[in-house]
Design a protein around this ligand. Sequence first.
Ligand SMILES: Cc1cc2nc3c(=O)[nH]c(=O)nc-3n(C[C@H](O)[C@H](O)[C@H](O)COP(=O)(O)OP(=O)(O)OC[C@H]3O[C@@H](n4cnc5c(N)ncnc54)[C@H](O)[C@@H]3O)c2cc1C
Length: 480
Amino acid sequence: MELSREAIVEGLREILGPEQVVTDERVLAQRSIDNFRKLENIFGVYTLPPPAAVACVRNTEQAAAVLAFADRHGVNVVPRTGGTATEGGLETVIPDSIVLDGSEMNEILSIDAYNMQATCQCGVPLQVLEDRAREQGLTTGHSPQSKPVAHLGGLVATRSIGQFSTLYGGIEEMVVGLEAVFPGGLVTRIKNVPRRAAGPDIRHVVIGSEGALCFITEVTVKLFPYLPENNAFLGWRLASMQTGFEILREVMVSGYRPSVARLYDPGDAALHFSHFAAADECVLLFMAEGAARIAQATAAGIDEIVARHPECRKVDSGLIETWFRDLVWDAGKITAEDERIRRTRNVNRTTEISADWSSVNEIYESALKRILAEIPDLTMAGGHSSHSYINGTNMYFNYFYDLVDCGPEEEVTRYYLPIISIICEETLRCGGSIVHHHGIGKARAPWARDEYGSSYWMLEALKGAFDPAGIMNRGTIIPT
Ligand SMILES: Cc1cc2nc3c(=O)[nH]c(=O)nc-3n(C[C@H](O)[C@H](O)[C@H](O)COP(=O)(O)OP(=O)(O)OC[C@H]3O[C@@H](n4cnc5c(N)ncnc54)[C@H](O)[C@@H]3O)c2cc1C
């Protein structure tokens, strides 16, 4: 029999004690969404069912007890840590869900400088771990723009990626082992070893599972030497994205591993680099880091490759270095941006995809052309590539629009989803992936079948095997 809202709250209070079960209506409304519907928070108009309660767990046993309770009674659970999700992964679309909040599990359990790995509870903000690692001359190498506010559990659950990914990789290359709790309360540890070939890599059942299979309680990530004194910054202005993609490709296939490799189109460059780039110019920039000889050789190699394209004009490296310092988003910057939206009703959104070198420029051009032709009230549309691989790169579309004759609660259907549809359609048409790093959430789940094609059944099989009662974050990854 289905439990009433009151019975769910009562059950949680019995497990956790009343002080760890939040039922304040304002908090519940805020916890019904994430940044996908951020205008609802900014303007205080909420459209989704509020959760029954936020269950703030402080250890693995409590998380297991909540999941056992939820599984027993068929209550939907939405895991949460930093709350910076952008794709609706935190939305409580099922009435009377439990938000399982791990942000109080915020202890760094070890920084092992000999084996170069750190172990944290799921609610440790990445910035806190990074600061502690740097005290010992180490770095996680992970630097998403949400580093100050995102937590380790969410970062693993969304398969996140940082600015230095071209050298260090995405989080999937950093996670050594972890602990997670599965529905029913089954505590599961995947041990920390450098590599093993004892069957499939089961870490990947958890990494990127977006709260739809399990609750991550603990994570162990790799550490690297932190040598900022060797950083080399390089930048160029150029006329075309096609040339920029070609240079990125040449750098990657030549075997260089800059930590940063970015290409901005004129629209996006105007937002960041108008102090040195003309309105119609693209900007290409790199950062090389690591041991001094590696950083120098990487910078010299990139210089040599770009020199083969005389249309590229070099930018003073100090300008690129200064720009990097302001790249992450802390709570203050996020609040200021929310305030700007409230004041101007001008909204900034982003959508990221990936593709091989042969198709990325076509996706960029065709999606942008359609967005400009089909979407009203745009004030800017452009994008950049910020994560490259030997076989391709990502494209991060960045766009602004004014809300015209439209309430804030209509923004998603009037503007945001139509743009996402165009980007997904063009990406799928050219064989790319509709999600590079923000997770598929609930926002892009309607395209999951097309994204996966004939391997979609494997996704459904995972869900059926690990969450047979379907209580974990319903509607995320797999559409309801
Ligand atoms: C300003 C800004 C900049 C950003 N920059 C980047 C970037 O550079 N790179 C990038 O990859 N992303 C970026 N993001 C997206 C976001 O920060 C990442 O997706 C991040 O990984 C989410 O971590 P979180 O702790 O905030 O997770 P949450 O927002 O709390 O949750 C995210 C998802 O993970 C699930 N989840 C959370 N905790 C757990 C857990 N313990 N166990 C199981 N599932 C869980 C949730 O159910 C949800 O589906 C950015 C977002 C913002 C707002």
